[in-house]
Design a protein around this ligand. Structure first.
Ligand SMILES: Nc1ncnc2c1ncn2[C@@H]1O[C@H](COP(=O)(O)OP(=O)(O)OP(=O)(O)O)[C@@H](O)[C@H]1O
Ligand SMILES: [Mg+2]
Length: 214
């Protein structure tokens, strides 16, 4: 059995973590044991890189930012995600390689082909079975974060145009791979989104034969 790999993507404050937690709760209620992780992060090395990357005091050049992301990703995929999938678990990951294409590509303007090559190298070609894209006006997402987030991170401080480019690139990625992506309207209420997330995932779990899912 090969598990099921689900990634959560979208801009700042779009509702990724809220829905990831809800989905994890639903799966646990069915007796499943999802592995929950995040990017950048999820291993001691990658969490260290996360701190460096989100520190507002730093200004890494875009290529340094991209390579740090990929280093964190390579560690997470090899040490956490692949082993969990190998033992048949459902893996829920808060951001994954589409984030690099949207932020370092769309946002910072690094060449998409180069980023795809780096992604392939870091992940050894591992792609999600399902990617949930929470699409939301960046101003609304940042306003949510400003109300509730414990701290302002380096990406929150990017100008509106940056976040608009990230959003546009995400939508292009989703249009190019409609079977992998489910695009969800992040402005919907959390309960409604939770139901949509479940409708997107359930048929995939059934198709993959994940035990206890249906
Ligand atoms: N559908 C929703 N409608 C309104 N508010 C929401 C919704 N989903 C989440 N929120 C609230 O918006 C804020 C950001 O949500 P959440 O942390 O889930 O987003 P995120 O995409 O994980 O953000 P981040 O970019 O900070 O990781 C939280 O305060 C959360 O309670
Ligand atoms: Mg989050």
């Amino acid at each position: 059995m090969s598990g099921c790999f689900v990634t959560f993507e979208g801009g700042e404050g779009s509702g990724k973590s809220t829905q990831l937690e809800r989905l994890a709760g639903r799966l646990r209620a069915r007796g499943l044991d999802p592995l929950v992780t995040r990017e950048p992060g999820g291993t001691p090395l990658a969490e260290g890189i996360r701190e460096l990357l989100l520190d507002p005091a730093r200004r890494p050049p875009p290529m340094a930012e991209a390579l740090l992301m990929e280093a964190a990703r390579a560690d997470l995929v090899a040490n956490v995600i692949r082993p969990a999938l190998g033992s048949g678990r459902i893996v829920l990951c808060d951001r994954y390689d589409d984030s690099t294409l949207a932020y370092q590509g769309g946002g910072r303007g690094l060449p998409a082909e180069l980023l795809r090559t780096l992604n392939r190298a870091a992940t050894d070609g591992l792609k999600p079975d399902l990617t949930l894209l929470f699409d939301l006006d960046p101003a609304a997402g940042l306003a949510r974060r400003a109300r509730t987030a414990a701290s302002v991170n380096r990406l929150d401080r990017e100008p509106e145009a940056f976040h608009a480019r990230v959003r546009a690139r995400y939508l292009e990625l989703a249009a190019a791979e409609p079977r992998r992506f489910a695009v969800l309207d992040g402005a919907l209420p959390p309960d409604r989104l939770e139901a949509l997330v479940w409708s997107a995932l359930e048929p995939r779990l059934a198709a993959l034969g994940v035990r206890g899912a249906v």
